[in-house]
Write a protein that binds this ligand. Structure first.
Ligand SMILES: Cc1cc2nc3c(=O)[nH]c(=O)nc-3n(C[C@H](O)[C@H](O)[C@H](O)COP(=O)(O)OP(=O)(O)OC[C@H]3O[C@@H](n4cnc5c(N)ncnc54)[C@H](O)[C@@H]3O)c2cc1C
Ligand code: SF4
Length: 270
């Protein structure tokens, strides 16, 4: 692994100041992985896990709010979340391994990178996502577990995260902090389709920090279904987050978030 500078600010404002030109790190379970593979080469890491006030899950009558530093394990085990928004807890409980869930933050989770084997292999020259304009090895290579919807001529990778599907299905918002202040974005606008620029995966501006997520509800009738190669832990091949609202025994509203077959999570409304 290449050498890098490291800082660990205690406040969001310090993180923003130090983040300019640097790379934020949460649990490090994706970022360090890709640095070891020489796919990512940040020269400066800014550890955000010491920032005060971002580790709470809080419930109000019509919503739940997650600080960006809540861990996957913390949210998956939250009894109130399991009762009021089961799909949010299940997508996390069925993701990764116990060790990873203990380390990984929700802010880092939504920004995890594709698992395309060519992207993760720095020796493969053709990968438009890793090296813009270099081509796409998956188009003529091994494309098992690649996307079948939302692809483009330049990239057919999937977005691999489970939790994002529930956020999409439940129409969540993401809180973003920059030197200019805080802004809210519909979570469905966070990730981009590949188009001509597969290396640009999100609509975050450089240096913007994710500070939290808000989901309105509750959605007690919601579940997650995940088909994967092995049950112990594995990314999904085809998965669905489903939420229903019933009125007098009839489905009044149905929401479905899909991942595993798509470049970004997608929501179907019924
Ligand atoms: C073996 C393995 C199996 C896995 N299986 C699954 C699975 O089945 N399902 C699944 O969903 N996931 C799976 N994962 C992925 C895992 O969920 C992610 O690695 C984890 O959620 C990332 O969180 P983190 O805090 O460690 O992020 P980091 O690695 O710290 O960061 C990830 C990215 O987010 C950025 N970042 C971090 N925090 C912030 C912030 N607050 N604001 C702005 N940018 C930020 C970083 O710069 C980096 O680009 C697996 C991972 C591994 C290694
Ligand atoms: S599918 Fe996307 S990530 Fe995979 S090799 Fe092609 S351009 Fe790279």
């Amino acid at each position: 692994m290449r050498s890098f500078a490291f800082s660990a600010p205690a406040t969001a404002q310090d993180a923003l100041a130090q983040g300019a030109g640097g790379t934020f790190i949460g649990g490090g379970t994706t970022l360090i992985d890709l640095m070891k593979l020489d796919v990512l080469r940040p020269s400066r890491l800014v550890d955000v896990t010491g920032i005060e006030g971002l580790r709470e899950i809080s419930f109000t009558e019509g919503a739940v709010h997650f600080g960006a530093l809540v861990t996957m394990a913390q949210a998956a085990a939250d009894a109130e979340l399991q009762r009021l928004y089961p799909v949010l807890a299940e997508t996390l409980a069925l993701a990764a391994s116990a060790q990873l869930r203990n380390m990984a933050t929700l802010g880092g989770n939504v920004l995890q990178r594709t698992r395309c084997a060519y992207f993760r292999d720095a020796r493969t020259p053709e990968c438009n996502k890793r090296a813009p304009g270099s081509g796409c090895a998956a188009l003529t290579g091994n494309s098992r577990a690649h996307a079948i919807l939302g692809t483009g001529a330049h990239c057919i990778a999937t977005y691999p995260g489970d939790w994002a599907q529930a956020l999409i299905a439940l129409d969540a918002e993401v809180e973003i902090l920059s030197a200019a202040g805080q802004r809210m974005m519909k979570f469905s606008n966070l990730h981009r389709l590949p188009g001509d620029t597969p290396h640009q995966e999100t609509n975050l501006a450089p240096g913007e920090l994710i500070t939290g997520f808000t989901v309105r509800g509750p959605w007690p009738r919601s579940r997650y279904v995940k088909i994967r190669d092995r049950e112990s832990y594995e990314f999904g091949l085809a998965t669905a987050a489903v939420a229903l609202r019933l009125e007098a025994g009839t489905v009044a509203e149905a929401r479905i978030g899909l991942v595993g077959v798509l470049h970004q999570a997608l929501r179907e409304l019924g």
